[in-house]
Design a binder for this molecule. Sequence first.
Ligand code: ATP
Ligand code: MG
Length: 274
Amino acid sequence: MSEFDIDHYRVRPGQKLDLSALDTRDTPFWDPKDKDGGRAHLSELNERLEALQELLWAQGRERVLVVIQAMDAGGKDGTVRHVFEGVNPTGVRVASFKRPTDKELAHDYLWRIHAKVPGNGELVVFNRSHYEDVLVVRVMELVAEKRWRKRYDQIVAFEQMLADEGTTIIKLFLHISKDEQRERLQARLDEPDKNWKFEQGDLVPRARWKQYQEAFEEALSNTSTEDAPWYVIPADRKWYRNLAVSEILIQTLEGLNMTFPKAAEGLEDVVIPE
Ligand code: ATP
Ligand code: MG
């Protein structure tokens, strides 16, 4: 495999995006015919991530937030399942943000989000996030434009505060094509053990695909910063998506140069009693 250059997927601050021009089946850092090799490599990456997460937890100083957004059936759950395989659940948490409850709606949109951010030594994955408040809210016209439009700056300021206070932020957009979504939704209808995942409601965002893509383009462009970058992951091929996400997490965690805490004073004199 060629060196996996994660910057290839990074959205530069203010960069204009045309998602339709980005190939959702692209595999620039792995031979697309070598799917088995890619899968085997993921196991190695799983082990590296496991070791890095242990270090994160042992050191107990850094906080890591991974935000995942995608269209329905975009693979958010599958990504979490495969990328974190083997990682010790202690210190790792997934927070899923569904349609807000009445109580959540009675507060500002960041209220429920801030409550779930990682503490020291923790890695938290957001399955959907505050970005819904400029995506579904925009496309489905749940609040007035002049209100959601201000949220880009508010989100940048919120995330910058988290970063300044010691949180490393990684934001991932799993980019699938409209055809791939159709196949995955069809599979949810056809395969009995996937029926539970099918929701008639998912057809509404599908019908507004173009508006959603525009909402993603603007959100990613306006909120990708040096300290809280967005990455656009080609996600039609699940095995490649998993490799890309793993590499981004691993290379970012390695960049933190974490070390295990020093041994306590006098540890060398300790004798374990018979
Ligand atoms: P799956 O892909 O397995 O279906 P999911 O993430 O789609 O998982 P669901 O419970 O099916 O989970 O959907 C969550 C729904 O909540 C989505 O339709 C999403 O747009 C909606 N939602 C999340 N946050 C908000 C928000 N702030 N305002 C309005 N709707 C929201
Ligand atoms: Mg859903």
